[in-house]
Ligand binder design. Structure first.
Ligand SMILES: NC(=O)CC[C@H](N)C(=O)O
Length: 199
């Protein structure tokens, strides 16, 4: 079957996610059609969504204005996967502790924006991630930390004791940027989730 992957493209590092999905699709041998989602009407055709990093205040405003926000909620309610990274994680959460972010409430965590301190605004960590055999090279850029995690949320990885990768049902939230390395294992997992949800 051909999967349709949507990259939410209102703002942020969209082309990097699209390229990572392409690499992951090649690696797992699946046909994947990639759609950049800038307006309402496309999400219902998508089997899997990437919600990229960027600026969470801007992304959330544009999603609300366009009506894409409601479509993402329906996508999750239908059990279809979302890979939400960095600002995407902030937008997906239930509480960003910032009135300027209108959260999607599809991932039951609260987050702290820019949580890892000025001197560490950007850093790379070799991360043990549940579900991956080898450590993952994780790139953090003004990254959020995850503070409170609801019972239904599984913590997949931590830095300094703070969760940086979580899963709740079909939604995976990452504080870091898997699209900025050549390691496409996390995008592959999203495609496997999409295949499982579609069959
Ligand atoms: N690289 C990123 O996506 C950073 C997220 C940004 N600090 C925000 O709060 O929106």
């Amino acid at each position: 079957m051909t999967l349709t992957a949507g990259v939410v493209a209102v703002q942020g590092d969209v082309s990097e996610h699209a390229a990572a999905i392409e690499r992951a699709a090649d690696a797992v041998g699946e046909d994947v059609a990639i759609r950049e989602v800038r307006e309402a009407g496309l999400v219902p055709d998508c089997d899997v969504l990437a919600l990229p990093g960027g600026e969470s205040t801007t992304i959330s405003r544009l999603l609300a204005q366009s009506g894409i926000d409601e479509e993402i909620r329906e996508h999750v309610a239908a059990g279809k996967p979302v890979l939400a990274t960095c600002a995407g994680l902030i937008v997906a959460s239930t509480d960003a502790r910032d009135d300027r972010v209108d959260t999607l409430d599809v991932l039951d965590v609260s987050v702290e924006r820019n949580a890892f301190g000025r001197q560490k605004d950007s850093f790379e960590a070799s991360l043990s991630v549940d579900g991956l055999d080898e450590p993952y090279p994780a790139v953090f850029i003004r990254a959020p930390a995850i503070d409170e995690v609801d019972d239904g949320v599984e913590v997949l990885a931590t830095v300094e004791g703070r969760p940086v990768a979580v899963r709740e049902g079909p939604v995976v939230g990452l504080s870091f940027h898997p699209e900025l390395t050549n390691d496409d294992r996390l995008h592959r997992l999203a495609l496997f989730d999409a295949l499982a949800a579609a069959t």
